[in-house]
Design a protein around this ligand. Structure first.
Ligand SMILES: [Zn+2]
Length: 283
């Protein structure tokens, strides 16, 4: 039986936040069995906490936001993806503001942070959700289908028509090793014509070519070489890994995602959670 895991020691990272543009510091700390992943806003009176669970998701525009009482944290998906892939069940994530540092726009710095902390195996059994029947979420062009599977796999297809990339495809099992080498380094991206709306909504204040790839008029604007020829679809897989961790358990299922985004990811996570009894086994 797989056991719960936490971190061996406290580790931290600092940097600019994508949407607020503020400097932020985040620390990953060990946590007791069955406590799950909990974010703590150390900058607010009483350090309010919010557990990383789908029932606490309050916003899915351009990132996943969770809140409980006075505790609210934006853009939790990259840090959650790194913790999920490493099999960390319990961790306290201390923050000094509303949003984690965006770092280079990927989950690589977070995967390295988890590695720096080290893993402590705890004695309680890990919570695993293994849905026994397929599920589907459809929203416009977006389709997410979950199939029963004895491992966590993601198959993803994206297409942005007028870009030279057109369709991108990725399929693979998500393990600690595959996440680190195949998924974590993939950076966030946006479409140039979306930027104006984002800025109008007061978002992406910390956005720059240091932490994002921009697609414009059939071209890719990137400060560095692309890290993978299909880097964009790999980042979509990264976001799915992070969003699915909000079910509060490890997932054993194959998700096939066509043009996914946070709204559909979270809708699927809610379905998985709702179906966890009696159609799925949470062990
Ligand atoms: Zn992302």
């Amino acid at each position: 039986m797989e056991k719960q895991k936490t971190l061996l020691k406290k580790v931290g990272i600092g940097g600019i936040s994508l949407h607020t543009g503020r400097r932020a510091h985040l620390a990953l700390c060990p946590a007791p069995e069955d406590s799950g992943i909990v974010f703590a806003r150390k900058d607010l009176p009483g350090s309010p906490r919010v557990r990383a669970l789908v029932e606490n998701v309050v916003d899915v525009r351009r990132g996943t936001t969770i809140a409980s009482g006075e505790g609210k944290v934006h853009t939790v998906e990259h840090v959650l993806a790194a913790l999920s892939a490493a099999g960390v069940s319990n961790a306290l994530v201390e923050m000094d503001g509303p949003e984690p540092p965006i770092a280079d726009g990927s989950a690589k710095p977070y995967a390295e942070l988890v590695e720096e902390a080290g893993i402590l195996v705890q004695s309680a059994d890990a919570k695993i959700s293994a849905p026994q029947q397929s599920m589907i979420v459809e929203e416009g062009d977006t389709k997410l289908v979950l199939f029963p599977c004895d491992e966590f796999r993601i198959t993803c297809i994206i297409s942005y028509g007028a870009t030279p990339l057109d369709a991108q495809f990725f399929s693979g099992a998500i393990s600690a090793d595959s996440f680190k080498s195949e998924i974590a380094p993939a950076r966030t991206f946006c479409l140039y014509n979306e930027l104006e709306a984002l800025i109008k909504h007061g978002l992406v204040k910390g956005g720059s070519l240091d932490n994002a790839i921009v697609m414009h008029d059939g071209a890719i604007i990137s400060k560095d070489e692309m890290r993978f020829t299909n880097e964009l679809v790999r980042h979509k897989v990264l976001d799915i890994v992070g969003d699915m961790f909000l079910i509060g358990a490890g997932l054993r299922a194959h998700i096939v995602a066509v043009k996914p985004g946070h709204p559909a990811n979270i809708a699927l996570a809610r379905k998985i959670k709702e179906a966890s009894s009696p159609l799925a086994k949470v062990v």
